[in-house]
Write a protein that binds this ligand. Structure first.
Ligand SMILES: [Zn+2]
Ligand SMILES: [Zn+2]
Length: 223
């Protein structure tokens, strides 16, 4: 089955993306994508521009208007939230449960031991559904740490993202994650409208490594 039709990680100009939600949706419709997730950073997460419930509600209103204009496109309303070193997710005004999709990501450089430790703590709280660009900020990688992380990911059902913005350095982790039963999602992490739907690399990687791309309905529900 072709899975190039879902892009679950797109930033708009509500955070550090360059394009409006309208422009992103137009592009996605032009590309005949089936599902997109507009994912923004909100203060105090890295990459955020503004905070506040009104700001988030205005953004949601734009998403809802586009849903009416483009009934054949599923548009998810999401947030990318920093995972801190103690395993807490950065807060978002109004709470995380208001979103359709929450991506938890590391945006600080760390070795894999601290990474795995923070990740295990974060996964226990089950406040997010996807681990974004899992190795983008890893300064080193040890197999043992990868195993600890992959076991916790598999147990939580939280998906590992195949991200289009950061090159994957440690494909051995993906082998490990696959063998332990982890599931995967694909996102461009586009911050420019012409990057929306650029999923070829991740789609090929998933098929060559036989990684299981999880269906949207099966992503774990937020509490
Ligand atoms: Zn960003
Ligand atoms: Zn990120």
């Amino acid at each position: 089955m072709s899975r190039g039709l879902e892009d679950l990680h797109i930033h708009s100009n509500y955070s550090d993306g360059d394009s409006s939600i309208d422009e992103i949706v137009q592009r996605a419709a032009f590309l005949k994508l089936k599902t997109i997730a507009i994912i923004d950073h909100f203060w105090p997460s890295v990459g955020s521009r503004k905070a506040g419930k009104n700001f988030i509600e205005q953004r949601r209103h734009e998403i809802e208007t586009n849903r009416i204009d483009y009934p054949n496109l599923t548009i998810l309303d999401g947030a990318e939230v920093d995972i801190q070193s103690n395993g807490d997710l950065n807060p978002v005004a109004g709470g995380l449960e208001q979103f359709d999709l929450v991506i938890g990501s590391f945006h600080w450089f760390t070795d894999s031991t601290r990474w795995a430790s923070a990740l295990v703590k974060a996964l226990r709280k089950k406040e997010f559904q996807i681990l974004g660009h899992w190795d983008a900020y890893l300064s080193s990688y040890r197999e043992e740490d990868g195993r600890i992380a992959a076991e916790a990911l598999a147990e939580s059902g939280i998906a590992v993202e195949l991200n289009g913005r950061y090159p994957i350095e440690n494909t051995r982790f993906l082998d490990m994650a696959k063998s332990l039963g982890c599931v995967f999602t694909i996102g461009s992490d586009s911050h420019l409208v012409n990057r929306v739907g650029k999923l070829d690399f991740q789609t090929k990687l998933a098929s060559s490594m036989e990684l299981q791309i999880i269906q949207l309905e099966k992503l774990r529900q937020l509490p």
